[in-house]
Design a protein around this ligand. Structure first.
Ligand SMILES: Cc1ncc(COP(=O)(O)O)c(C=O)c1O
Length: 304
C-alpha cells in the first residue's frame, strides 16, 4: 500500500479509492493520511469485521457502504477510476503487487532456497501471485532461487479459483453470493484469478478449499500452540496445511511458510469464539470474592 499511495502522489492525484472487506481500506486510509490524500472507501454493508470498520472510521475515511457484496463494491471502484477522480488501490493495481512481492523477498532472505511450500489464504489473489513474482525475481537481488510450491487456500463457500483449478481451467467463473466466516476472503469474482492459477501451475503447487469449521479449528490451534491470534482468513493457511498433510501431499520435515495475513484484533467476534473455546475448558467459576479465595485458585490452576 505504501508503494501504491506513493505512486498516487507522484501522478498528482488528490484522492485514492478502494473497495474492501476491511483491511485494504484501513491500510489505504493510513497511508493516505500520511500523504495528505483523501481516502475514499467502498464497503459491502454489514460485512466488514468490527475492528476494521473502527480502524477505517478512526482514520476519517470517506465511506460509501453498498448493499451487496465485495464484488459489487469493486465494480464501483473500477467504474469510478475511469473518471480519474481518485486513484484506485485494489490489487488489480500493478504497483500494489510490486509492493506485495517483497513478501517473497523476505522469505528468500530468511530461508534462502530452503523452502518447500508457501501457503496463503486467497481472496482476490493479489498476495499469492505477487509472492510468486517475488520468488521469480529473487535471483536479481542475489537472494538465490527459491522455488517453493505455492498453495492457495480459499473458503469452501467462496472458492471460484479452486473450482477453476479442479476443472483444469484458466477461466475463473464468478460466484454470485460467496459465503464464509472468513470475511477477508469472502470474494466471488477475484481480480487476479488467472495470475493465481499461473503461479500455482508454474510452481507445481495447488489450490485447496477448506470449510469454516476447519478454519475455526485452525484459529484455536494457532492460539493454543503458537500464541498467535489471527482473524479467520489467516487461519485458512493452517487449515490448508492440515488438509494437505491428511492427503499425504506435505510430508513431515518439509519446510512450510504459512502466510498469516490479519491480526485477531481485527475481528473481535472471531476472538470471542476463541475465548469461549478456552472458557469451555474451565470447570471453576472465574470470580474470587477474596484474596484467600484467589490464592486457592492460583494453587489449583498452577498444579493442573
Ligand atoms: C486478512 C486477509 N487475508 C487474506 C486476504 C486475501 O488476499 P488476496 O486478496 O491478495 O488474495 C486479505 C485481503 O484483503 C486479507 O485482508
Amino acid at each position: 500500500m505504501s508503494v501504491g499511495v506513493s505512486i498516487a502522489l507522484s501522478f498528482g492525484y488528490r484522492a485514492v479509492i478502494s473497495a474492501s472487506t476491511g483491511n485494504t481500506a484501513a491500510s489505504m486510509s493510513s497511508y493516505a493520511r500520511k500523504a495528505s490524500l483523501t481516502p475514499l472507501v467502498v464497503l459491502p454493508r454489514g460485512k466488514v469485521a468490527r475492528g476494521k470498520s473502527s480502524q477505517i472510521a478512526s482514520l476519517g475515511a470517506r465511506v460509501i457502504e453498498i448493499e451487496g457484496t465485495f464484488d459489487n463494491a469493486i465494480e464501483v471502484v473500477l467504474r469510478a477510476s475511469e473518471t480519474s477522480l481518485a486513484y484506485p488501490l485494489n490489487s488489480f493495481n500493478p504497483y500494489r503487487l510490486e509492493g506485495q512481492k517483497t513478501i517473497g523477498f523476505e522469505i528468500a532472505e530468511e530461508l534462502g532456497e530452503n523452502v518447500d511450500f508457501v501457503i496463503a489464504p486467497v481472496g482476490n489473489a493479489g498476495n499469492i501471485s505477487a509472492i510468486w513474482k517475488g520468488f521469480r525475481e529473487s535471483p536479481l537481488l542475489g537472494l538465490g532461487r527459491p522455488s517453493p510450491r505455492m498453495i492457495g487456500v480459499q473458503a469452501e463457500g467462496a472458492s471460484p479459483i479452486v473450482e477453476a483449478w479442479m476443472r483444469g481451467d484458466n477461466v475463473v467463473r464468478p460466484i454470485k453470493y460467496p459465503e464464509t466466516i472468513a470475511s477477508a476472503i469472502r470474494i466471488g469474482s477475484p481480480v487476479n484469478g488467472y495470475k493465481a492459477i499461473q503461479a500455482v501451475r508454474e510452481s507445481r503447487g495447488a489450490m485447496v478449499a477448506v470449510s469454516d469449521s476447519e478454519i475455526l479449528e485452525s484459529m484455536v490451534m494457532l492460539s493454543r500452540e503458537e500464541g498467535i491470534l489471527v482473524e479467520p482468513a489467516s487461519a485458512a493457511s493452517l487449515a490448508g496445511l492440515a488438509k494437505l498433510k491428511r492427503m499425504g501431499a506435505v510430508r513431515d520435515g518439509s519446510i512450510v511458510v504459512l502466510i498469516l495475513t490479519g491480526h485477531g484484533l481485527k475481528d473481535p467476534d472471531a476472538l470471542n469464539y476463541l475465548a469461549s473455546a478456552w472458557l469451555e475448558r474451565r470447570s471453576e467459576p472465574l470470580v474470587a470474592r477474596s484474596v484467600d479465595e484467589a490464592l486457592q485458585k492460583v494453587s489449583h490452576y498452577a498444579t493442573l
